[in-house]
Design a binder for this molecule. Structure first.
Ligand SMILES: NC(=O)c1ccc[n+]([C@@H]2O[C@H](COP(=O)([O-])OP(=O)(O)OC[C@H]3O[C@@H](n4cnc5c(N)ncnc54)[C@H](OP(=O)(O)O)[C@@H]3O)[C@@H](O)[C@H]2O)c1
Length: 333
């Protein structure tokens, strides 16, 4: 029997207009990069997705290569939608991407029209969907004319296989150019997906300005720096953590004493404000004007509950942001 969603699922979530578009995204979106592949327990993946949906998370983010093995996160989400949420497809925003290595040979990687169009067809097949809501170019490819990559996005939208076009990991200058090309093609760039956290604050510099100027939304990925900006690693590397998993993208070397000192300093501020480090890290990201949605990952329903606490928080004041930023600056020395 398919899932009966909570009738109150839209009561608490905040929905934020994505750039100049009419699409509103939840303040918290859920990504399926880790914990939803064939290697992960399917029952737990299902529980997390259904809990997220019941909490007002309408947006689930994928890419062709999420797993492992690559593609299996899309297959799993497709199974969950088919068995539990099919009646609610119109309440869901499903995104996928192409840009990194997916299949052997010269047509399974980067930014060519050949790759993007074939990859979108494969993603739709794996998920059992007629269309995705957002199709992204996953990274800028200097060896493909930008016009070709953008035309592949625009024709995906015009063919009805995607509703909106997005770009991810594009530097500010290339973002501005991509936005111009897409606009000329009659397919405005909806959204940019960028790595943005207290440990990776670069988007704050040039990208945010470009996005605001061009009316493009921004969804921040890895806002918890893959779990470092929580209490997860303060006492070593837990066996069930991403850093301990062979297929995890978080490498143990990234959790240096220097980084942990920053996390401890943030933890002190957070506890002074009655928060956890993760609350502080997520709320710092959402407190930037150019941010539409905070794109989290979780390995348990409990982590999801914890991360949803930011919905109840106000954005930080300029004074609070300065306090956090000054701690980050001072621990850089
Ligand atoms: N466009 C791109 O190139 C790109 C690249 C990367 C990611 N993304 C997208 O961004 C999404 C999120 O990335 P991410 O998973 O790195 O995000 P993240 O939220 O920074 O990290 C998620 C990990 O942090 C830990 N965690 C989360 N909440 C926690 C809590 N309350 N307390 C303790 N630990 C907690 C969990 O680690 P454990 O597993 O150890 O429990 C979880 O798997 C991805 O799924 C994907 O959709 C996009």
């Amino acid at each position: 029997m398919s899932h009966t969603p909570s009738p109150g699922r839209y009561a608490d979530m905040k929905y934020v207009r994505c750039g100049n578009s009419g699409l509103r995204l939840p303040l918290v979106s859920l990504g399926l990069w880790h914990n939803f592949g064939k290697v992960d327990p399917f029952w737990r993946a299902t529980n997390i997705i259904l809990k997220a949906f019941d909490s007002g998370i309408t947006h689930f983010d994928l890419a062709n290569n999420y797993g492992p093995p690559p593609g299996s996160a899309e297959t799993n989400l497709g199974r969950i939608i088919k068995s539990e949420l099919y009646a609610h497809r119109d309440e869901l925003i499903i995104s996928t991407k192409a840009g990194y290595l997916m299949w052997p040979g010269p047509y399974g990687d980067r930014g060519s029209r050949k790759y993007l169009i074939a990859s979108l067809d494969q993603s739709l097949m794996r998920m059992g969907l007629d269309y995705v809501d957002i199709f992204y170019s996953h990274r800028f490819d200097p060896d493909t004319p930008l016009e070709e990559t953008m035309d592949a996005l625009a024709s995906s939208v015009k063919s009805g296989k995607a509703l909106y076009a997005g770009i991810s990991n594009y530097p500010p200058e290339e973002t501005e150019m991509a936005a111009g090309i897409l606009s000329d093609l009659g397919c405005p760039c909806l959204i940019h997906q960028e790595k943005f956290s207290l440990l990776r604050p670069a988007a704050n510099k040039g990208l945010g300005r470009v996005l605001t100027k061009n009316g493009i939304g921004c969804i921040a990925f890895s806002p918890l720096a893959q779990g470092i900006l929580t209490d997860r690693y303060l006492n070593g590397i837990p066996e069930d953590s991403r850093a301990a998993k062979e297929h995890g993208f978080l490498k143990k070397e990234e959790i240096s004493e220097e980084v942990l000192n920053k996390v401890r300093a943030l933890s002190e501020i957070a506890s002074g404000w009655g928060m956890d480090i993760s609350d502080l890290a997520l709320n710092w990201v959402r407190s930037h004007d150019f941010i539409t949605s905070v794109l989290i990952g979780v390995s348990t329903p409990e982590q999801l509950d914890a991360n949803l606490r930011i919905i109840k928080l106000d954005p930080f004041t300029a004074g609070q942001m300065e306090k956090i930023n000054s701690v980050m600056r001072s621990t850089n020395n």
